[in-house]
Design a protein around this ligand. Structure first.
Ligand code: CA
Length: 223
């Protein structure tokens, strides 16, 4: 397991490398963001442990650049304790997991192992139905191989329909999933969301089964 440890505090970096090596990971350490970005962009690692506060280039920017460049390597970020905004930003930037500082090395090693296992089983990160393809790691959408820009809410709707592509999903179920709305008050919002999505993806991707709900594929009923 080739692991890149990005941490500018030399004592923490040494502890991280020591604990990971003992657990069977092969580690390479790097103390600044610029170098980390370059290494992750040009070489293959099975895992990156990434501190966010770094000299030259901060960890979030490093991560965003990798993801923008379709580098899908698993990334575990180290955040400041209690800094939930860092956590949210990190996950949004494409982190696979996070650990607040200070942490126990045992926990770090357990998380690192879980991430590598998950990544190894990730043949299924590409989900395809007809002309539609979702990348569940990058949360991106293509139709006929052409990337389509979607919002996170639109992506969630598509991912849900993809997950349940063998059946028709009732509107009430989608409302509950997207808005936590169990009594249909967001019905108009759902309609608006669906028509925006249809404009972006073109016809025939999201189908309406009138009176039943929604699904992927050619519409049974011209919508
Ligand atoms: Ca730091």
């Amino acid at each position: 397991m080739r692991t890149l440890v990005v941490e500018d505090d030399p004592a923490i970096a040494a502890d991280l490398c020591h604990a990971l090596e003992k657990a069977g990971f092969r580690t390479e350490a790097c103390a600044d963001g610029e170098e980390a970005w370059f290494l992750g962009d040009t070489e293959d690692f099975d895992l990156v442990v990434l501190d966010l506060g770094l000299p030259q280039l901060d960890g979030l920017t490093v991560l965003k650049r990798w993801r923008a460049n379709e580098r899908t390597l698993p990334v575990l970020i180290l955040t400041a304790r209690g800094a939930w905004t860092e956590r949210v930003e990190g996950i949004e930037a494409g982190a696979d997991d996070y650990l607040p500082k200070p942490f126990r090395m045992e926990e770090l090693v357990a998380r690192a192992r879980a991430l590598v296992r998950r990544a190894a089983g990730h043949g299924a990160s590409q989900q395809v139905h007809g002309r539609l393809r979702l990348d569940t790691n990058l949360m991106t959408v293509t139709v006929d191989g052409v990337p389509r820009e979607v919002t996170s809410l639109e992506y969630r709707l598509l991912a849900y329909l993809m997950l349940h592509r063998d059946r028709v999903v009732p509107a009430a179920e989608l409302l509950e999933h997207l808005y936590g709305d169990s009594d249909g008050r967001q019905g108009n919002a759902l309609e608006a969301l669906l028509s925006r999505l249809r404009r972006k993806l073109g016809p025939g991707i999201v189908a309406t089964r009138r009176g039943f709900g929604y699904g992927l594929g050619p519409p049974a009923d011209p919508a």
